[in-house]
Design a binder for this molecule. Sequence first.
Ligand SMILES: C[S@@+](CC[C@H](N)C(=O)[O-])C[C@H]1O[C@@H](n2cnc3c(N)ncnc32)[C@H](O)[C@@H]1O
Length: 223
Amino acid sequence: MKRRLEPELMEDAAQALAYAQADFSEPNDLFLKLLAAAQPGTLHGARALDLGCGPADISIQFLTTYPLATCDALDGAAAMLALAQEKLQRLAGVAPRCRLLCERLPTPTLPAAHYDLILSNSLLHHLPEPQVLWQTIRSVGKPGALVVVMDLMRPASAGWVEALVETYGSEMPEVLRHDFRNSLFAAFEPQEVVAQVAEAGLTTLEVEVVSNRHLAVIGRLPA
Ligand SMILES: C[S@@+](CC[C@H](N)C(=O)[O-])C[C@H]1O[C@@H](n2cnc3c(N)ncnc32)[C@H](O)[C@@H]1O
């Protein structure tokens, strides 16, 4: 099935609010599990970057799990970052270690070879040009930095898209079901991601299928 783009930034306030209020604990827990498996330990002093952070749920869960780490949480949508800011205001133990950056990728403002850890969940499928993500990771990660990227993967047919929307979207408000459907059509197939990573020269990263609707790209940048 051919890829069908969806709007890149989630700038609409109602859409952002519905997303921020939704329960994504299952995929978010999976993301943190993949990180823990790739990097056991405390991540003492680690500087992380969360690309396409949305309402910052992953950044917050990361900083709660790793109290000795810091995180720059980046998103191009001001509406999402406002919701992230609200969540952080209620979390005194996390907020001082989380910096929100309103930037649309690609951006020249991120420091080169700076981060120990690069996280990204559900950004890749929003990008019309996927190299934007891979080239950013290449540029801002320190040598040997750990990369954990997770995203939806595109099903083989429109019927399979509907089956996933029925299974996982039945409790969602209509605006989110609509977004979930569009996201599945906009996502990449695992083989496409393998080709993207190779094109970016990120041959140390591995692409894995991690659920019936998610893939992950995990590994370290060359030392
Ligand atoms: C589906 S949300 C994922 C949010 C969060 N990572 C999570 O796991 O819940 C995708 C986010 O990527 C952001 N985004 C899309 N394209 C972007 C770009 N080029 N630069 C920065 N953020 C972008 C959107 O605004 C949106 O907030």
